[in-house]
Write a protein that binds this ligand. Structure first.
Ligand code: AQP
Length: 332
């Protein structure tokens, strides 16, 4: 079975709809067809300041949400990144084979550091992509299911894997990004030209899965559309309506043309009301399941302990080979 690896940050507490449709949903689908490794990337989270108590809480909340979304520890390896020290260790190696200019070209770093200002931007944020490369290469992953915003980091992963393999001999599987065209980028409900993101200026555009379902319904109903009245998919000219159709299509399993036919002659209000209802039906049991996992911390800890053990077995082997290939003398 091909191997798959992906991660999600525990930074915002609640996952948002973009995280779910762009990534986590694919994780769930792939856990049975692939040898799957999924993790909550807390070492990535600390590239920006975190309150310790909140980070602890959000890490557990993230694990609970992944289980609520359908990850099954019997079918996949689910763990917390910092429980497997090899991530930081291989991350260092990746830093050492990356050019400074090359790392400086990462657009996510450029965007985030421009917003934060250079005094508040950490060196950790700069080296974030190389840690992500290590996350992936440690497991010899074939595929990495992510949203469109991660494409450049995946390109870097391929470049570094090839570079290392050329210089030191075949060591890493060169992975490919697994990005589903339809849900690669879910847009902000208030600004459908921007990606839905936890760091949005307007929280009304962001659907958090852990929000009160009433709030979710309200946000859907006040989504920005356009001045036409036709419900049709046209990303260029009708980004708001197209985004709503994408979300509805993914959650119902109906195709976009099917939905266009269904809503022919209907007003935007009808589309929003239906989507609001579908969203509420989705998030209500999701929140309940998440809470159930949170209420049972012992089981959660057991799942994570088992996951870390399985992950470490693979990661340690890759790290040892990497060190040996580079000429580091093994400890006796
Ligand atoms: N809007 C999105 N559409 C599709 N996929 C998305 N992802 C994120 N936003 C969208 C995908 O979710 C996975 C986890 O991402 P992450 O750990 O980087 O989460 P995050 O940083 O908390 O998400 P944000 O909102 O994207 O944060 P900021 O605002 O900091 O940039 C990834 O696979 C990602 O592609």
């Amino acid at each position: 079975r091909p191997r798959v690896l992906s991660g999600i940050q525990p930074t915002s507490g609640s996952f948002h709809l973009g995280n779910y449709l762009g990534a986590v949903r694919q994780w769930v689908d792939m856990q049975t067809s692939h040898d799957a490794f999924y993790m909550v990337v807390d070492l990535h989270a600390i590239t920006v300041p975190q309150d310790p108590e909140q980070l602890r809480r959000n890490t557990r909340l993230s694990v609970a949400q992944l289980l609520a979304a359908g990850l099954d520890p019997e079918h996949c390896t689910l763990f917390v990144q910092s429980h497997v020290p090899e991530h930081a260790q291989l991350g260092w190696v990746m830093n050492c084979i990356t050019g400074f200019g090359e790392a400086s070209r990462m657009t996510q770093f450029k965007d985030k550091s421009a917003k934060q200002g250079s005094d508040r931007t950490t060196v950790g944020l700069f080296t974030y992509p190389m840690l992500m490369v290590a996350d992936i290469l440690l497991y010899q992953a074939d595929q990495v299911p992510v949203g469109e915003d991660q494409r450049q980091h995946l390109e870097l992963t391929r470049d570094l894997a090839e570079r290392f393999n050329t210089q030191y001999g075949p060591t890493f599987t060169v992975p490919s990004a697994y990005i589903l065209k339809e849900t690669a980028k879910i847009y902000d409900l208030q600004d459908p030209s921007a990606k839905m993101s936890k760091s949005t200026a307007n929280p009304k555009g962001l659907i958090n899965l852990m929000d009160d379902p009433k709030v979710t319904a309200k946000k859907v109903k006040s989504a920005v559309t356009d001045t036409e009245t036709v419900i049709r998919f046209d990303r260029e000219n009708k980004p708001g309506v197209s985004n709503l159709l994408t979300i509805l299509s993914t959650l119902t399993g109906k195709t976009v043309p099917q939905l266009e036919a269904e809503y022919e002659g209907k007003m935007y209000g009808a589309l929003k009301t239906d989507l609001a209802e579908i969203m509420v039906d989705f998030v209500t049991p999701f929140r309940d399941r998440t809470q159930e996992y949170l209420d049972d911390p012992e089981t959660l800890d057991q799942i994570l302990a088992k996951g870390a053990e399985k992950a470490r077995a693979v990661a340690a082997e890759t790290l040892a080979t990497t060190y040996a290939r580079m000429g580091l003398v093994p400890a006796k």
